[in-house]
Every structure is written in structure tokens, then in C-alpha cells.
Write a protein that binds this ligand. Structure first.
Ligand code: ADP
Length: 595
């Protein structure tokens, strides 16, 4: 995922947290809802018990009256035609003034009302026949009548209770009581409660709400309608369905219903002896609101926490990117400085190289100059001498002085030989050493070299000390070249001792493992520390122009290393220098057969 898209997509952690928070909030709101509902059910049960009690007491209050009437002598006399109806009417009126029912009335065995407490009312029951009412039929059959209906005469609803009037074993009439339940319903309504009572057909005949009265719980079947019509139970009421929509069944007699957009907890309880059901409805609004409030608060809090989390994350990201930017700037700065340092270093390096090149060039030139001066000086002297001898030779020839001429020619020959030795030296330096090797007894080679330098040693008054083993030590190499090395070393030693008072030349030889070490030690000036490194480089010399070319040691070095040996110099503690030449080789058994 690119950085851009990463920035705009919520990170998985936050999404997960948000989901968990929402789930928790939802669950909490459900708990709150359930808790409130449980509370409502508990209080609903209490209220139902109370309302069932008030209903029962309202009915039971008058339950004894039909029986009392059925045993009344006047009533019996009336039904037997021994008593006039007007007297019974007055008696019933008086009795009801005490009892407080809607009406007390007596029907003959056909259901026609003979006397009634409301005989004075224009809508008096007297003369009306109620033989179609079920309560009459029941009492006619010797049972107690219990029945709720809208008055066929008055149009007023009421609860009818009846009792058969016996004469011996014959039912001669029915005594009935109509109880008005309007007050009870008013009480329910004033209490702000929704209480309904339904009959066997599911018709709500009692209701704290007027417009729910005579509505039905379920749609009525045709048979039910015909039956209700026949008994004129609910007059002309259309008995429409109360559109209670079942939402959830919680338990037997407890369910959630919805009516016109409002949800209710509906609790129902059966009144078995009456075949009725009492219903209690509690609006769920408060429970829903409480749950909703919890949900809203929870969601808002979750969103706030989420927003805070995102803000903190954003801030952290910003800080990190700011730090990164700072680091990047510092890195760039550091890189720049580093690059500058590298450039500076390169410049210095270049300048140094240039300076070094210049130095090399100038030292080369200086060395070349020195060498040229040396060569010129070395050659000039013999050439000038040759020229002088040649000129004097010509004069001597003219004068016929043959002896002198001879010695001049001899001098010329000696000079050319000297010249030859100089060029030989230079040649040695210029060409590769010959590959031809022979076995050389080093003692003999040293003796040769000492012989060649004997005049020099004597002239410089140097005392020579030899410390040589008797066993011939044999090395492999070119005799002439080795000789050249030794002569060169002896000369240098004598040169170094020229101004010294003690002049001692000590030559020695030892065998060390498979090597022969030849040492030439002098009591001269020694080699200066700063010259130690350069002493073997070509054209290095401390001698005056004409006294040395600075080639001797470098040539010697080359000759010895070509033989597989080495040459070293060290200063003696008591003064002077020692040159050690190390040859690969060793002693020869016998008298030197290896020669
Ligand atoms: P040259 O003798 O022509 O100067 P060499 O290469 O033989 O050239 O010697 C180089 C230099 O080494 C000499 O100029 C001298 O300074 C130094 N040197 C050689 N041998 C000795 C020695 N035995 N004692 C002190 N210095 C020496």
C-alpha cells in the first residue's frame, strides 16, 4: 500500500476497536432495555393483580342480590300473580336505592320483565322481554347467569347477574341485577392505565380507553358474529379489529405488541370462572428511550474516543514525520559536509600528488644533475690527462724522445683503463646481471678484493683485522661481480675513516644455518640516521662531486639480491659502520672441491 492510500484508510486496529466499542454499546443498551422491561413486567404483574381484584370486587359486591331477590316473598307472589307489579316495582326501587346497581328486575318464565327498580325511567325494563339473553336462558335452566352486554333497552353497557326463582321444583321466573361498570373503567382511565377486558370471542368490552372498547383481539368469524347478533350482546357495535400487531412473544401471557406505531408490553391473565381475559398494556416508550439514550451516549462516547485516538495517532504520525524530515535534513547536511570533506581531501591529495610528482621530478633532475656532474668530473680528469699526454707525445715524437713517449703512451693507456672502469660501473647498473654462476670460495674472493685495495688501505694507514674461518665457505655467483661488491665496501670503509684517528678495518665471516655472513666493519663516521633509508638508492652520495657517483652501494645491493642474498648496514656502538653481506651457501667439506 502506498503512503498516500495508507493515510486515508483507517488502520485495522482503530476499525477493530470501533467495532468492539459499538458491539459493547449495543449490548449495554440491550441490557438496559431488558432490565427496564423486567421492571415493567414485575410492576405490570402487580397492577394486574390489583385490577383483577377491583374488577372482582365490583362484580362480587352485587353477586348475592339475584339470590336475595329470588327468595323475596313479594317477588314470588308477583310471579304467581298474587302481588301487583307496582308494589314490587316500589320495593325494588327502594332496595336498589340501598344497593346502588343500575337496575334490579324480575322476569317471568318467558323472559318478560314484570317489575323493575327503574320502572319510573322512560327506558324502563318493565314490559320488555329479555328471553334472548344467555343469562336468562341459564337461569331458566337453573344456573347462575353471568353476562356482560349492552342494554337492549337503554343502550347502556352493563354486567348482568341472574338467579332462577323457584316455586317448589319449578322455575317460575328469573331475578336479575344489572351492574354499571362505567365507574370502574373511569377509575382505570384516571389512573392513566390501559386496562382491557375481553370475552370468549375476544371482544374488548371493558376498556380504560373509550375508542378501544368493542374492538376485537382477533377478527371475528361469521359464526361468532351470528351468535353475538342473536343475543344482541353488543347492540349495533361494528366490533372492528383492534389492529394490535404482535412483535414479540416473551412468555405465556406476555408479549410485545405495536398499535398505531406505539409499542406496548401486553400482559394478559385469564379469569376462568367468567371466561374473560384481563389485559394490561404498558407503553414501552420509556424502556426504548432509555435504551436509545444509552445507545446514543455510548455511540457518541465511542466516536469521541475514536476521534481522540485518531487525533493522537495523527499527532504522533506528524511528530514522527517531522522528526524524519529533520533527520533527513541533518543527513543531507551531513552528506554535504562529508562530500565537501571528500572534495577537500581529493584536492589535497591531488595537490600532494602534484607536489610529490614535482618533487620526484626535481629530485630526479637533481640526481641526474649530480650524476652528470660526477660522470663529467670522473671522465674530465682522465680525458684532460690523455689530451695533455697526447700533446706532449706528439712533441716527444718530433723530438724523437722515445722513452718519454712510451711512458706518456703508458699513462694514456692507464687513463683509458680508468675511463673503461667508470663505464663498466655504469654498464653494470644499466644492464641485467649475467645469469652465469660458479662456485666461489668466499675467503679467496675477499683476499682478491683486499689485494686490489691494498694500496688504498696502506695509503690511508688503516689497520686490517681479519677474522676468517679455515673452512672454505662456498657461495654461488659471478666472481667478478662479488669481487666488485667487496672492493666497493672496502673502499667506502676506508673513505669513511680518512679523517678518523683510529682507523680499523675488521673483516669477518661466519656461517649461520645455510647462510654465510660476511661483515666489513670500520671505525669511520658511521651512517647518519636520516641516510639509513636512502643509502642503497642509486646516486645517493654524501661525497663531494668527483669523489663518488653514489652508485656503488646500489650496484652492490642489486648484485647481492640477484644472488638471492641481502645486504644490510648498522652503526657500531663504539662508532663506525658495519656492512653485512648475507650469501646463501655454506661450508665445503675437504679442501674446497666445490671451486
Ligand atoms: P659513493 O661511494 O660514490 O658515494 P656509494 O653508493 O658507494 O657511493 O655510497 C653511498 C654513500 O654511502 C656514501 O656517499 C657514504 O655517505 C655512505 N657510506 C658508504 N659506506 C660507508 C661507510 N662505511 N661509512 C659511512 N658511510 C658510508
Amino acid at each position: 500500500m502506498s503512503r498516500m492510500s495508507q493515510k486515508h484508510v483507517l488502520p485495522l486496529g482503530i476499525l477493530l476497536l470501533g467495532t468492539v466499542a459499538l458491539l459493547l454499546v449495543w449490548q449495554t443498551s440491550r441490557w438496559v432495555y431488558q432490565g427496564t422491561l423486567d421492571g415493567l413486567i414485575a410492576s405490570g404483574n402487580d397492577r394486574m393483580t390489583l385490577y383483577t381484584g377491583t374488577l372482582r370486587s365490583a362484580l362480587d359486591h352485587y353477586a348475592y342480590l339475584p339470590y336475595v331477590l329470588s327468595t323475596n316473598q313479594q317477588v314470588l307472589d308477583l310471579l304467581q300473580g298474587k302481588q301487583s307489579a307496582s308494589e314490587v316495582n316500589i320495593a325494588l326501587e327502594h332496595l336498589n336505592m340501598e344497593a346502588g346497581c343500575e337496575a334490579l328486575y324480575i322476569m317471568n318464565d318467558l323472559g318478560t320483565t314484570l317489575a323493575s327498580s327503574n320502572w319510573r325511567d322512560p327506558l324502563s325494563f318493565v314490559g320488555h322481554n329479555y328471553g334472548f339473553r344467555p343469562y336468562f336462558s341459564r337461569s331458566k335452566a337453573g344456573e347462575r347467569g353471568r353476562y356482560f352486554a349492552i342494554g337492549a333497552t337503554t343502550g347502556q353497557p352493563g354486567f348482568f347477574m341472574s338467579h332462577s326463582v323457584w316455586q317448589g321444583d319449578r322455575i317460575i321466573g328469573v331475578a336479575a341485577v344489572k351492574v354499571d361498570l362505567t365507574d370502574l373503567q373511569d377509575e382505570w382511565r384516571e389512573g392513566g392505565e390501559t386496562v382491557l377486558v375481553s370475552d370468549t370471542n375476544g371482544v374488548f368490552f371493558l376498556s380504560s380507553y373509550h375508542n378501544w372498547r368493542y374492538r376485537t383481539l382477533e377478527p371475528l368469524t361469521e359464526a361468532q358474529r351470528i351468535l353475538i347478533q342473536a343475543t344482541r350482546q353488543y347492540g349495533r357495535q361494528p366490533l372492528d379489529l383492534l389492529p394490535l400487531e404482535g412483535v414479540d412473544l416473551l412468555a405465556d401471557g406476555q408479549r410485545i405488541v405495536s398499535l398505531e406505531g406505539t409499542r406496548y408490553l401486553m400482559m394478559s391473565r385469564s379469569l376462568y370462572d367468567l371466561n374473560w381475559q384481563i389485559h394490561y398494556l404498558l407503553p414501552l416508550g420509556p424502556a426504548q428511550e432509555r435504551a436509545r439514550a444509552v445507545l446514543i451516549i455510548g455511540v457518541v462516547l465511542s466516536l469521541l474516543v475514536l476521534a481522540l485516538g485518531m487525533y493522537l495517532r495523527e499527532r504522533r504520525q506528524k511528530l514522527i514525520s517531522r522528526r524524519k524530515a529533520r533527520d533527513a535534513v541533518a543527513l543531507v547536511e551531513m552528506n554535504k559536509r562529508l562530500q565537501e570533506e571528500i572534495d577537500e581531501h581529493n584536492r589535497t591529495d591531488k595537490a600532494l600528488r602534484e607536489a610529490q610528482a614535482e618533487l620526484v621530478q626535481s629530485s630526479k633532475l637533481a640526481a641526474l644533475g649530480h650524476m652528470a656532474a660526477g660522470i663529467v668530473h670522473e671522465l674530465n680528469q682522465p680525458i684532460a690527462a690523455i689530451r695533455t699526454h697526447a700533446a706532449s707525445g706528439r712533441l716527444l715524437l718530433e723530438r724523437q724522445e722515445t722513452d718519454k713517449l712510451r711512458s706518456s703512451l703508458t699513462a694514456i693507456t692507464r687513463m683509458t683503463e680508468h675511463l673503461g672502469s667508470i663505464t663498466v660501473q655504469l654498464k653494470t647498473f644499466a644492464h641485467k646481471s649475467p645469469t652465469f654462476r660458479e662456485s666461489i670460495v668466499l675467503q679467496e674472493c675477499l683476499e682478491d678484493a683486499l689485494t686490489m685495495t691494498a694500496a688504498l688501505i696502506n695509503e690511508a694507514e688503516v689497520s686490517l683485522i681479519k677474522d676468517l674461518p679455515d673452512t672454505p665457505l662456498v657461495i654461488h655467483g659471478n666472481r667478478g661481480r662479488v669481487n666488485q661488491v667487496l672492493v666497493n665496501l672496502i673502499r667506502n670503509a676506508v673513505d669513511a675513516m680518512r679523517v678518523q684517528t683510529v682507523k680499523k678495518l675488521h673483516v669477518s665471516m661466519i656461517v649461520d644455518q645455510q647462510q654465510v655472513v660476511l661483515s666489513i666493519a670500520d671505525s669511520g663516521s658511521g651512517v647518519r640516521d636520516q641516510d639509513m633509508e636512502e643509502i642503497f638508492t642509486p646516486f645517493f652520495t654524501t661525497k663531494e662531486v668527483g669523489e663518488g657517483l653514489g652508485l656503488g652501494l646500489s650496484i652492490s645491493y642489486r648484485i647481492i639480491t640477484d644472488l638471492g642474498g641481502s645486504i644490510r648496514v648498522l652503526n657500531n656502538e663504539e662508532g663506525g659502520a658495519t656492512f653485512m653481506v648475507i650469501f646463501p651457501g655454506g661450508p665445503v667439506v675437504g679442501d674446497g672441491d666445490g671451486r
